[in-house]
Design a binder for this molecule. Structure first.
Ligand SMILES: Nc1ncnc2c1ncn2[C@@H]1O[C@H](COP(=O)(O)OP(=O)(O)OP(=O)(O)O)[C@@H](O)[C@H]1O
Ligand SMILES: O=P(O)(O)OC[C@H]1O[C@H](OP(=O)(O)OP(=O)(O)O)[C@H](O)[C@@H]1O
Ligand SMILES: O=C(O)c1cccnc1
Length: 491
């Protein structure tokens, strides 16, 4: 999808329906603040890798209703007043946005994006923002899990053919790169984002020739130093690897090098060890082994524990579709309303305490221990109330409040950066390489306990005492009002 223009209707119908009712009521320009965040970490991971901001920015910069959009809306809903449609015609995004940079290590219940603007514009963009950030964060996180199992090998994203259509393939390839993959097989993603592209050849290439040996020779002639030959079309150890070795030796004689072989089925641990031995015995010690076939972090971990001799992994379906958890479940919640120039906190209550929102316009500070250089917690504060670095900080769990700790020498880094001010972008988009590097640097801030794949420790995301008190006060007030309305006082 091209986000340059014509995507204002990439929203749920109810957003425009509510907007019309607001407009009729004269309340569509009232200012509100929303938070975008997620409630639970995906894949049982201890953190997520934030991605999707670049697309959010491009979407907002180009957001406007085209004449076709207006005509379509008029056709959809006979109630719409022509003046309302005219207002939409003129409309541009004029809000303020603060967001974490892409590649930031993030946790549940902390705002990844804070938005301030008219109710009209903030409701209108909700759906698209959740759509972009939810998917890209999910894939970047999945990629990070896979990378953590293979810190030294090359990781190639091969998922396009199995992705949920074009956008998932393209933006998924970008998210995988942010999460630590080295390359994608998708040339369009390479062209759009400057991601390195890599690839081998298919089974069809081999089947297209009378013999496997001929197929390998023809391919190697075209790419004398870059050939990675797929060796499992007929019989990996009795045909594929011996033929690849034969071609490798022919290349060597001419001063070239067989770059690699690819294993795509069977027991990848056993086959890679055998193939490595055969290649080494033939003197092709530089020829690498690539493996693919329904891989994910669990298979990779297993294969490595079995001593698989693989230099590069091609990962498709299970990465690009976030196979084991296909949605992040990001949410977008109203946290404050502006009245007479003052922000009034707002809360959404739920019978599930996890789902009770935290009111107020908020910042998120990463509290970093000066002595170890490691993150101790993320602290959510009210905007304009940063933690005082000159005094010890008492942190406590927002639900199990008896769980407390004191942090003495710390640095507090504000994670939410200004992105738009009154609709104008004030943020320079970092390069994809800088984003990927940012994630690597972020990882260094965390102890291993938070990074491990299985049963990681829960990283603390705390509220300041002040904010926690405000939330409790608001809860008390709302329940008091409900009791009064129901004549239950004194019971
Ligand atoms: N040694 C191993 N230990 C654990 N899992 C493995 C090992 N070798 C391969 N696997 C995984 O087992 C699965 C094997 O899949 P499956 O049996 O469906 O097909 P295949 O061997 O790839 O053959 P084909 O593609 O021809 O159907 C893949 O997910 C692969 O990554
Ligand atoms: O298994 P994934 O993680 O999804 O990785 C991508 C898969 O796509 C290709 O298979 P496909 O059968 O589509 O084509 P091929 O004939 O080139 O192997 C490739 O050989 C991998 O097996
Ligand atoms: O280049 C490859 O080997 C490749 C690319 C996409 C999917 N499967 C394999």
């Amino acid at each position: 999808m091209d986000t340059r223009a014509g995507w204002a209707l990439h929203t749920d119908k109810y957003q425009i329906t509510m907007l019309y009712a607001h407009w009729k009521n004269g309340t569509h320009l009232r200012r509100k603040a929303f938070d975008l965040y997620f409630r639970r970490l995906p894949f049982g991971n201890g953190f997520a890798v934030f991605a999707g901001l670049e697309r959010v920015i491009r979407f907002l910069e180009n957001l406007q209703f085209t004449e076709e959009d207006i005509a379509y809306l008029a056709e959809q809903e006979e109630n719409y007043d022509p003046e309302f449609l005219d207002m939409l015609r003129q409309w541009r995004f004029t809000g303020d946005i603060y967001a974490m940079p892409e590649g930031t290590v993030v946790f549940p219940n902390e705002p990844l994006i804070r938005l301030e603007g008219t109710i009209m514009e903030l409701q209108m963009i909700e759906t698209a923002l959740l759509n972009f950030v939810g998917f890209q964060t999910l894939i970047a996180t999945k990629a990070a899990r896979i990378r953590s199992i293979a810190p030294d090998e090359t990781l190639m994203e091969f998922g396009t053919r199995r992705a949920q259509e074009v956008d998932a393939a393209i933006w998924g390839a970008r998210a995988a790169y942010i999460g630590g993959f080295d390359a994608t097989s998708n040339l369009k993603a390479g062209q759009m984002f400057g991601i390195p592209t890599r690839g081998t050849h298919s089974h069809a290439w081999v089947q297209d020739f009378d013999t496997e040996l001929e197929a390998f020779r023809v391919f190697a002639r075209a790419f004398p130093n870059q050939s990675v030959l797929l060796v499992d079309t007929y019989d990996t150890l009795r045909s594929g690897v011996p033929h690849a070795i034969q071609v490798g030796l022919e290349l060597k004689e001419k001063g070239y090098k067989l770059a690699g072989i690819r294993l795509d089925s069977g027991d990848l641990a056993y086959l890679s060890k055998k193939a490595r031995q055969m290649l080494d015995d033939a003197g092709l010690t530089d020829t690498q082994i690539v493996a693919s076939s329904d891989l994910d972090e669990t298979t990779l971990l297993n294969l490595k524990s079995q001593g698989a001799r693989v230099d590069a992994w091609g990962v498709g379906t299970k990465l690009i579709t976030a196979y084991d958890q296909p949605a992040l479940g990001a949410v977008y919640k109203l946290v404050a309303r502006e009245e007479n120039g003052e922000w009034i906190p707002s809360i959404k209550i739920s019978s599930n305490p996890e789902k009770v929102t935290t009111p107020c316009r908020k910042d998120v500070y990463r509290i970093i221990d000066q002595r170890t250089g490691k993150a101790r917690a993320d602290l959510i504060t009210e905007v304009g109330h940063p933690p005082d670095e000159s005094r010890p900080l008492v942190l406590f769990h927002p639900v199990h409040t008896y769980r407390r700790k004191k942090v003495k020498h710390f640095r507090a880094v504000n994670l939410l950066q200004p992105i738009f001010r009154q609709g104008e972008r004030v943020y320079d988009l970092p390069s994809i390489t800088a984003i990927r590097k940012h994630y690597e640097t972020q990882r260094q801030l965390f102890w291993e306990e938070y990074l491990r794949l299985l049963n990681p420790e829960e990283f603390p995301v705390d509220l300041t005492q002040e904010l926690w008190d405000k939330k409790q006060e608001l809860l008390r007030k709302i329940y008091q009002e409900i009791r009064e309305e129901n004549g239950e006082n004194g019971e």
